[in-house]
Each structure stands twice: as structure tokens, then as C-alpha cells.
Design a protein around this ligand. Structure first.
Ligand code: NAP
Length: 281
């Protein structure tokens, strides 16, 4: 079985991006800029944002974090986003989720200029992705897609099963696989026989949030299995896939941690650079 090393793949991607940023700097005499807005003091958000900032600097991007207290008014945040939309030194804007209850998440997402929406959550980017046009793609499914393509460059006609239909993961993952000519089944909590669906799959992407849901006898021999799940349990962090059982059947499998996770931030940097490149045309 191939253990898909997300840390290594992310390091390789960051190195490619570092070179690209250096070329862009020579060509345009400026570098892409990523601005992250962080509201409140939730520990996981603080950690994510710190890692994003560190990785952005590592590849040579201009990186800025704007912090607001939990009590910040929605209007203040929306006005800041509008200001950033008009700032030509800002290529990408990310508002770290979750937001405090009094701030309307959808309003925030829709205020970000779609051409600077590095999370790919703006309805314009969601629509472009589902129409097969160029767009920013949410970072986690983009990372999964790049890992799958490393194992299997030609996905034509492959049967893929995506477990979970969130806007963050399942739905954009489905669109990416469809674009690659996979025959895709998207499953969710009301799916009648999830095991039977998974047993059909050449590729399984699990993005559910239930520890070790996908078992060894759900997986066809030689399937590629991508585990998006991050679940805290008594035995530590586990994914949505039963690693030990599935590793006996699968052709390739991502571990948790060290699989999809590291690719997510690398893809955020990629999205920022892609937004910059599109803005220079
Ligand atoms: P989410 O928004 O909670 O969506 C979960 C999806 O799973 C829903 O579509 C739900 O179906 C479906 N589901 C729930 N129970 C199911 C079952 N028994 N059988 C089949 N489908 C079922 O979750 P998410 O934001 O996509 O996150 C999923 C997991 O990925 C979480 O563990 C999260 O921590 C992790 N994650 C990892 C990364 C990373 O960088 N690696 C990034 C983001 C998230 P319904 O639609 O019917 O409710």
C-alpha cells in the first residue's frame, strides 16, 4: 500500500510556489499578498492563522493578519473587507471561520471580491467551479485533488464516492472529480447503504466528521482512499477512515495526521498566487 505523505507533498508544493513567487517578483516587481482577518480568540483559529502566516512568509508572499475582538461590529468587518477589495497590494482575502454569532457569515463571504476570494466560498466561485470555469477552489478539496492526481494522473471513467456533502469539502470535491471525468456519487447522512456505495469506488474521499466510519470491508481492493476527517478521540487524532483496516485493502491511503491537513495551507498559498496572476492579465 502507498502511504500518501501529505507533509512531503505539501513541502514540494511550497517549494514550487516559492520559485513561482520569485519569478513573479522579477516580472512584476511585486509579490502576491495575503490578508487574513481573525475575529476573537478561539485557540484553533489562532493556531491556523499563525500557521498560514508562517507558510505565506516561507514562500515569499506578503502576509498580513488583521485582528478584531469578539465584540467587533459586523459593519466594521464589512468595511475593512471593502477597503481590502480596493487595495492593489492585496491579492487574497481570507476571513477565518467560525465567526461570532452576531456576524453573518454569508454576508462576509459575499462581500469579498470573488477575484480575491482565496477560500473559494463566494457564490461566484462556487458557480464557476460547478460550471467548469476557472475559479478559486476551496483549499482542502483542492489539496485532496492534488494528492489523488499524484497517485493516479488519469482519472477518466474512474468511479469516485465522496462521503459528506458540505460546501467546504464534499460538494467542491465532487466538482473537481467530475471535471476529471470521474463518475461521482456523493453520499450523506441519509444515504441508504453507504458500505455498498463505497464498495463500488475506485476513489473514496471521506469528509464526514465521524471517527473511523469507513471500515476495511467497505473498500475495494486497490482503491485510493483520502481521509479528510480530523476527530479528537481518547486514542488521539483519528480520521473518518479506519486506517489499520483500510490499509490492508487500499492501493493508497492518507494518514491522519500528516495526510490532507498539510496540503490545505499549501493550497491557500497556491490560491493566493493564482489570484495575483489572474489580476495581472
Ligand atoms: P460537515 O459540514 O459537518 O459535513 C459533514 C457531512 O457528512 C454532511 O454532509 C453529513 O450529511 C455527512 N454525514 C454525517 N453523518 C454521516 C453518515 N453517517 N454517513 C454519511 N455521511 C454522513 O463537515 P466538514 O466541514 O465537511 O468536515 C468533515 C471532516 O473534515 C471533519 O472531521 C473536519 O474536522 C474535517 N476537516 C478537515 C480539514 C483538513 O484540512 N484536513 C479541513 C476541513 C474539515 P448531511 O449533509 O446529510 O448532514
Amino acid at each position: 500500500m502507498i502511504l500518501i505523505d501529505g507533509k512531503k507533498a505539501a513541502a514540494e508544493l511550497r517549494e514550487e510556489l516559492r520559485q513561482e513567487v520569485s519569478e513573479l517578483k522579477s516580472k512584476y516587481s511585486k509579490v502576491p499578498g495575503l490578508t487574513v482577518i481573525l475575529i476573537g480568540d478561539l485557540a484553533p483559529s489562532q493556531i491556523y492563522v499563525r500557521n498560514k502566516e508562517k507558510s505565506a512568509k516561507e514562500v515569499g508572499l506578503k502576509s498580513e493578519v488583521i485582528k478584531y475582538p469578539d465584540s467587533v461590529q459586523e459593519k466594521t468587518v464589512l468595511e475593512k473587507i471593502q477597503e481590502l477589495n480596493g487595495d492593489e497590494n492585496v491579492s487574497g482575502i481570507l476571513v477565518q471561520l467560525p465567526l461570532p454569532k452576531h456576524i453573518d457569515k454569508q454576508k462576509v463571504i459575499e462581500t469579498i471580491d470573488p477575484s480575491k476570494d482565496v477560500d473559494g466560498f463566494h457564490p461566484m466561485n462556487v458557480g464557476n467551479l460547478s460550471s467548469g470555469y476557472e475559479s478559486s477552489v476551496p483549499c482542502t478539496p483542492l489539496g485532496c485533488y492534488l494528492l489523488i492526481k499524484k497517485i493516479e494522473p488519469n482519472l477518466n471513467g474512474k468511479k469516485a464516492v465522496v462521503v459528506g456533502r458540505s460546501n467546504l469539502n464534499g460538494k467542491p470535491m465532487t466538482q473537481l472529480l467530475l471535471k476529471e471525468n470521474c463518475t461521482v456519487t456523493i453520499t450523506h447522512s441519509k444515504t441508504k447503504d453507504l458500505k455498498a456505495e463505497c464498495l463500488e469506488a475506485d476513489i473514496i474521499v471521506a469528509a464526514v466528521g465521524i471517527p473511523e466510519l469507513v471500515r476495511g470491508d467497505w473498500v475495494k481492493k486497490d482503491a485510493i482512499v483520502i481521509d479528510v476527517g480530523i476527530n479528537k478521540t481518547d486514542k488521539g487524532l483519528v480520521g473518518d477512515v479506519h486506517f489499520e483496516e483500510v490499509s490492508k485493502n487500499a492501493k493508497a491511503l492518507t494518514p491522519v495526521p500528516g495526510g490532507v491537513g498539510p496540503m490545505t495551507i499549501a493550497c491557500l498559498l497556491k490560491n493566493t498566487i493564482d489570484c495575483f496572476k489572474r489580476s495581472q492579465i
